[in-house]
Design a protein around this ligand. Structure first.
Ligand SMILES: Cc1cc2nc3c(=O)[nH]c(=O)nc-3n(C[C@H](O)[C@H](O)[C@H](O)COP(=O)(O)O)c2cc1C
Length: 207
């Protein structure tokens, strides 16, 4: 089993990476393979709502990491998305990526356990955490929790390493995700994934 951890920070080895590394270290100790994927610093455009992904399951733009990310998420058994907090939200580049990843490929991620992790200097962690969890809960992905909301505090990796509670939250998250992955793996022989209703209703609010 393997977990993909997406680092949504422009800093490859910054605070978000430090938090994700604590999660991945615990996952590895529990026998789960991990891979940290960094979205990098190049431009990631927003969704232009062209709808072409409905036919292909991939974004029509292929000049940024979106389609690579869709493939990595399809192959992963579990997913952790990490973001720095920018103005009490996730990083804009990460949101642009996730909008397109989930709009194009979201159907393929159902029943993969997922978790969000946020890193901030001081405030806004809860609302950023909330925004990230929305992608999972509209995609039938079981959300893995920890002993507190998944946030670390600090301006530098050194400061994050001093956030002992935050690091413990990350390790607990890793253990909880490993446990759920193992439960799903054992159960898949006897408990089928839930059936979807044949027709998916879309009731637009027009009045
Ligand atoms: C544009 C911008 C906005 C930020 N907004 C917040 C914020 O609202 N709250 C906060 O506590 N820190 C804020 N920060 C600080 C980062 O969240 C913090 O330094 C984070 O841990 C950096 O993670 P990284 O090293 O993985 O990039 C902001 C930083 C930037 C660059």
């Amino acid at each position: 089993m393997n977990v993909l951890l997406i680092n949504g920070s422009p800093h490859k080895n910054g605070c978000t990476f430090t938090a994700l590394s604590e999660v991945s270290g615990e996952l590895e100790r529990q026998g789960i393979e991990t891979c940290i994927f960094s979205i990098g610093t190049k431009a990631i455009r927003g969704c232009i709502a062209c709808g072409k992904c409905r036919e292909t399951g991939y974004c029509s733009f292929s000049d940024d990491p979106v389609n690579e990310c869709i493939d990595l998420m399809k192959k992963a058994d579990g997913i952790v998305v990490g973001s720095p907090v920018y103005y009490a939200s996730p990083n804009g580049a990460l949101l642009a990526l996730l909008d397109r990843v989930f709009f194009a490929g979201g159907n393929a991620f159902a029943y993969k356990p997922a978790a969000a992790v946020v890193s901030c200097r001081r405030g806004g962690a809860a609302s950023a955490f909330d925004a990230l969890n929305k992608y999972f809960t509209i995609s039938s992905m079981p959300v893995v929790s920890s002993q507190y909301w998944n946030e670390v505090h600090g301006q530098t990796p050194e400061e994050v390493r001093q956030d002992l509670e935050g690091l413990q939250v990350m390790r607990t998250l890793g253990r909880n995700m490993a446990w759920l992955l193992k439960c799903i793996d054992v159960a898949k022989e006897t408990v089928p994934f839930p059936e979807k209703e044949p027709v998916r209703h879309r009731t637009n609010f027009i009045r």
